[in-house]
Design a protein around this ligand. Structure first.
Ligand code: DAH
Length: 342
């Protein structure tokens, strides 16, 4: 029996070496660990082993089984990474030197990503809302639990207009309007252009895009938030995405979080793209603060909700490998007309 196990091990190792894609591994798992596979067969043979040898043989079979399971798992991980890497390598990325095809128009990369995210959320029952770029203090701050003189206002360098209105600094500014428009239960996303008086460099722009989302219903919890974010991001990136939440402070959510995704380049091992941490910060979010729900006319005894503020500009940069944010507002058709797959 020991000999049989050793022979099987050799056959398994040989087959494992030749497995090239994830489907091969699954095949191998069924072949060796399935109901009619050799491991089950060995278990059955154990019945005929004399009692004084049963323990030893049983252990040997178990060790063999564990060896197969572990090898399959390791190979699966290895192939998964390779498949991801392949996808990344084949994703068209931004190339400054491409010549412009004059006959063909194209969508801006932000438009492409915005439409993609919109259709994913629409398929999950979210409505898509539009909101003005000029807003008032109440919507941008007060209704979001940021009263006058609150230090959180310093986080957002606001452009004020002579009318006393302002350019919206974040898409959260539409939360109150949408809560009042629909009441609860409610699922909505609202993409939009935002403005902040920032010094411009490769990572900062004074004009950028966000997409806010809110879901309000009975019994909404953090697990709903995680589920929706995970589903959406996996669709956007075309592969399973792992997410984690870290605590983050925003006056309009309690608790508030920073949502990170496991680095898509290195799969979490650490690389220059994720500054060796294995994670990329993507989207602040949280459970909507009861005060914000109250301002929106929502019954806080009955309803809870989550909100998130996805950086569309950041998402487009990550997806298309655009390293300098200034490219996006540059009007440089040579750079921007490469993204025609909308
Ligand atoms: N509005 C915030 C900003 O731009 C981002 C944000 C944080 C939006 C947490 C949210 C949230 O919906 O829950 O800085």
């Amino acid at each position: 029996m020991i000999e049989k196990t050793n022979n099987l091990k050799a056959v398994f190792e040989e087959k494992l070496k030749t497995a090239k894609v994830l489907a091969d591994i699954e095949q191998l798992r069924i072949e060796f660990l399935g109901k009619k596979g050799p491991v089950q067969e060995l278990m059955q043979d154990l019945r005929n082993v004399p009692n004084d040898k049963k323990r030893e043989m049983g252990q040997a079979i178990n060790t063999f089984k564990q060896f197969i399971e572990k090898s399959i798992e390791e190979k699966q991980e290895e192939l998964q990474k390779l498949e991801w890497q392949n996808k990344i390598d084949n994703t068209p990325s931004y190339d400054e030197s491409l010549t412009l095809n004059k006959d063909e128009g194209s969508y801006h990369p932000i438009t492409i990503i915005q439409r993609e995210v919109e259709s994913i959320f629409a398929s999950m029952g979210f409505t898509i809302e539009n909101y003005s770029e000029i807003v008032d203090d109440y919507h941008c701050f007060e209704a979001l639990n940021i009263p006058p003189h609150h230090p959180a206002r310093d986080m957002q360098d606001t452009y004020y207009l002579s009318t006393g209105q302002l350019l919206k600094t974040h898409t959260s500014a539409a939360q109150n309007y949408i809560m009042k428009k629909y009441g609860a239960p409610l699922r909505a996303i609202f993409p939009g252009r935002c403005f902040r008086n920032e010094s411009i460099d490769a990572c900062h722009e004074n004009t950028f895009f966000q997409m806010e989302g809110i879901m309000i219903d009975e019994n909404i919890s953090i697990s709903n938030l995680i589920y929706f974010m995970k589903t959406m991001l996996s669709e956007v990136f075309g592969r399973p995405v792992e997410v984690r939440l870290r605590p983050g402070f925003f006056p309009f959510v309690e608790p508030g979080f920073e949502l990170d995704i496991k680095c898509l380049i290195c799969g979490g091992d650490g690389c220059p793209s994720c500054k060796d941490s294995g994670w990329l910060e993507l989207c602040p979010c949280g459970m909507i603060h009861p005060k914000v729900l109250e301002y929106g006319g929502i019954d806080t005894e009955k309803y809870t909700g989550f909100a998130f503020g996805l950086g569309l500009t950041r998402l487009a940069m990550m997806k298309y490998g655009i390293k300098d944010i200034r490219t996006l507002n540059s009007g440089n058709l040579k750079a921007l007309s490469q993204f025609v797959n909308a």
